[in-house]
Design a protein around this ligand. Structure first.
Ligand SMILES: CC(C)(COP(=O)(O)OP(=O)(O)OC[C@H]1O[C@@H](n2cnc3c(N)ncnc32)[C@H](O)[C@@H]1OP(=O)(O)O)[C@@H](O)C(=O)NCCC(=O)NCCS
Length: 172
C-alpha cells in the first residue's frame, strides 16, 4: 500500500505509464482523473509497479444512514502481467483491509463486469448524487439513476439502501 501524499516522483511516473498502458484513453502523464485518491494498492515486479488500485476512504449517505466506504478507481494490471491473479490478489487484500477496519461497502464503477462479479461485486441501480469535477474544478452536483455502472461489495452488516445514495464527493 502506498499513501498518495508519499508517492515519489519515480513512483508517480511509473504509475502514469502503467495507467496509459492499461487504459489507452488515459491522459498522458496523469495518475488520477478527477481527484487524487487516499492510497493505492500496488504490486511490483523487479521494483516496477505492474498493477494498482486507487482507493478513497469516504463517508457516504446510504439512504437515511451514513456508511464507511472504500471507493476504487483505475483498477489495472500491466498487459504483460494480466491473467496471473494479480488483480484478484489486490482486491482480496483490500477486502481484508476493509473487514479489519469497519468498512461497510466497497464501491467502484466499471463496465468489466465478469472480473468483479467473481469477487462478489454486484451492480446497484440507485439514484446517485455526486460532485462533478472537470479539469480540477468543481462543476456542480449531479443526481441521476445509474444503471450497470456502480458495483458494490458488502463488507459489514450494514444494509444497502434502495433510496438515494449521496456519494458526498466525486464519482470514482
Ligand atoms: C481487469 C483486470 C484488472 C483483471 O486483472 P487480472 O490480474 O488480469 O485478472 P485475474 O488474473 O485476477 O483474473 C481473475 C478472473 O477474472 C477474469 N477476468 C480477468 N479480466 C477480465 C476481463 N477484462 N473481463 C472479464 N473477466 C475478466 C478472468 O477470467 C479470471 O477468471 P479465473 O480466475 O476463473 O481464471 C486486468 O485485466 C486489467 O488491468 N485490464 C485492463 C484495465 C481494465 O479494464 N480495468 C478494469 C476496469 S476499471
Amino acid at each position: 500500500m502506498i499513501l498518495e501524499h508519499r508517492l515519489t516522483p519515480p513512483q508517480t511516473r511509473g504509475l502514469a505509464v502503467l495507467l496509459e498502458k492499461s487504459f489507452p484513453q488515459y491522459p498522458e502523464g496523469e495518475t488520477f482523473l478527477q481527484q487524487a485518491p487516499d492510497f493505492r494498492v500496488v504490486s511490483r515486479h523487479k521494483r516496477k509497479i505492474v498493477s494498482q488500485v486507487a482507493v478513497d476512504f469516504r463517508m457516504i449517505r446510504n439512504g437515511k444512514n451514513s456508511a464507511r466506504v472504500f471507493c476504487l478507481s483505475d483498477v489495472c494490471v500491466h498487459p504483460d502481467f494480466q491473467s496471473r491473479q494479480l488483480g484478484t490478489q489486490m482486491l482480496k487484500w483490500l477486502e481484508s483491509e476493509a473487514q479489519k477496519n469497519g468498512i461497510d461497502f466497497i464501491l467502484l464503477t466499471s463496465g468489466v463486469q465478469g472480473f468483479y462479479y467473481k469477487l462478489g461485486y454486484r451492480y446497484k441501480e440507485n439514484i446517485f448524487k455526486w460532485l462533478l469535477i472537470r479539469n480540477g474544478k468543481s462543476m456542480g452536483l449531479l443526481q441521476r439513476r445509474l444503471r450497470s455502472t456502480v458495483m458494490v461489495k458488502k463488507i459489514s452488516q450494514e444494509v444497502w439502501s434502495n433510496g438515494i445514495i449521496d456519494l458526498a464527493g466525486p464519482i470514482f
